[in-house]
Design a protein around this ligand. Structure first.
Ligand code: ADP
Length: 483
């Protein structure tokens, strides 16, 4: 199946060793496209977690003092290995996660790009010298690694959400414990296998596979040696972790749910808006936290926009991710499918019009037809909840102030999209939107060089970009007196 069979790992990675669970328990990893068994991996528990924390703590003592150039060299090697194994890593991802193989390959390149970017940042964690207000004193600021980092990651981007956290952590001298999603542990283990080849010292990078995220999570949160938690996932679990971090006052970065508005003004280039909508909606079958959730289209162009987007939506090719021409793969599991179904059913029962799709796909399992509904209103659950499926939901608006207020009327604040050719609006609207990221005339906003993150209940902190390292650095003020 893979060119390098060795990348399909069936053990967890702790302290440089491939290990089974203390309990001996394992769990199965299956392919969402056909239900086939891929392999099984260890179901780790608190004892294994403790072993990983001890390994990471002990490795931190040396790793923190390695030269940045050494850490950069190892990261560059890891980057090269990820790129060299792109095909295998993408195939593994599609098999365990379901996304189209083209998207999986793009994600591997995206994931690798974080490693490369932070390899370069490793050497640039500058401190500061501050003019003192006492003539016999000097004040310096040192930047130092926070310590052991726990990275808890989701299934929708099984590789990129790992490298986006792990690469900056390693670059600045932290050690990491990765807890990947129980649905997609194989991508994490394959990345660890390549990190091992790259030559990172034992204990610097560890991967814990488990079905029982809460017990491993609780152990990570309770332990005082874990100094930082970086989480991407649901707002519900993010809040649990934030509470859990309080007892030992850990540093916390959270990248949580969203409810992205996609606003189309009457002066927009409509074709560009439709293309942007396809990109911002149907990638990963709509299962990304920055997917356009609410399409707010000016009433003068709403029908035209709906007709054009319906045509594009109905032409998307649904199928197993391994087929080269697939645009939309299966949803991750039955629960995800049922949620999408119920959101669409609720909207339809409250008067929304299903223009295409709206049903399970003939492929069965968790395949759902790319769908477009119009006549959506803000009070419908499809507007207020994160859809996380291939469903475009269009409602209309009349003026700029109204649409800004409606766009901001949510506890979330991750991504927003605006399509307009009006020069003033290009500035006014993004400034008024309470979101961490705004795409103007584009549906594609993720980039390793740009800060990624949200406001309000969408999260804390930023990942990627030159700011991404700050999440893993402490400032230390050194005041020298008696000169
Ligand atoms: P999603 O809805 O995207 O699956 P989750 O928040 O459920 O998001 O999962 C994201 C990550 O958080 C996964 O790795 C999952 O195993 C983990 N997780 C879920 N519950 C907990 C918990 N109580 N403590 C720690 N991690 C958890």
């Amino acid at each position: 199946m893979l060119a390098v069979e060795d990348l399909l790992r069936d053990n967890a990675f702790i302290n440089g060793h491939w290990v089974s669970a203390d309990s001996g328990n394992r769990f199965e990893v299956t392919n969402p496209a056909d239900g086939s068994l891929l392999t099984s991996v260890p179901d780790l528990g608190p004892n294994d977690t403790l072993a990983a924390i001890e390994a990471a703590s002990s490795a931190f003592r040396e790793w923190r003092t390695t030269a940045p150039s050494t850490r950069a060299r190892l990261l560059r090697r890891w980057h090269e290995l990820i790129r060299a194994n792109e095909k295998d890593l993408a195939l593994l991802m599609t098999l365990e996660q379901g996304k189209p193989i083209r998207e999986a390959r793009a994600e591997i390149r995206y994931a690798a790009a974080f490693v490369n970017w932070f390899a370069e940042e490793a050497a640039r964690t500058y401190g500061d010298v501050i003019p003192s207000n006492a003539s016999d004193k000097r004040i310096m600021v040192l930047k130092q690694p926070v310590g052991v980092v726990a990275a808890i990651t989701p299934w929708n981007f099984p590789a990129a959400m790992i490298t986006r956290k792990v690469a900056p952590a390693l670059a600045v001298g932290c050690t990491v414990i990765i807890k990947p999603s129980e649905f997609t542990p194989l991508s994490a283990l394959a990345l660890a296998r390549l990190a091992e080849d790259a030559g990172f010292p034992n204990g610097v990078l560890n991967v814990l596979t488990t079905m029982d995220a809460a017990s491993v999570g609780d152990e990570l949160m309770a332990h005082a040696d874990v100094r930082k938690i970086s989480f991407t996932g649901s707002t519900r679990v993010g809040k649990l972790l934030l509470r859990g971090a309080a007892d030992t006052v850990k540093r916390v970065s959270l990248e949580l749910g969203g409810n992205a508005p996609f606003i189309v003004f009457p002066d927009a280039d409509l074709e560009a808006a439709v293309q942007g909508a396809v990109a911002a909606k149907y990638r990963n079958a709509g299962q990304t936290c920055i997917c356009a959730n609410r399409m707010l289209v000016h009433e003068d162009v709403a029908e035209e926009f709906a007709v054009r987007l319906t045509a594009k939506t109905s032409r998307l090719k649904v199928g197993p991710g391994v087929d080269d021409d697939t645009d939309v793969g299966p949803l991750i599991n039955e629960a995800a499918l049922e949620k999408v179904e119920s959101l669409v059913a609720d909207a339809a029962s409250e008067g929304a019009e299903i223009r295409t799709g709206g049903v399970r796909h003939a492929y069965g399992r968790t395949f759902y037809e790319p769908t477009l509904i119009s006549g959506v209103r803000d009070e419908m659950s499809v507007s207020s909840e994160e859809i996380f499926g291939p469903v475009s939901a269009i409602s209309t608006f009349r003026d700029e102030d109204e649409v800004i207020a409606r766009a901001n009327n949510t506890p979330y604040g991750l991504a927003a999209y605006v399509f307009t050719r009006d020069h003033g609006r290009v500035w006014r609207v993004p400034e008024a939107l309470e979101y961490g990221m705004v795409g103007v005339n584009t549906g594609v906003i993720s980039n390793p060089v740009a800060p990624f993150g949200g406001v309000k209940q969408s999260g804390i902190g930023r990942e990627g970009s030159r700011y991404g390292v700050d999440e893993y650095l402490e400032m230390k003020t050194v005041t020298v007196g008696g000169l």
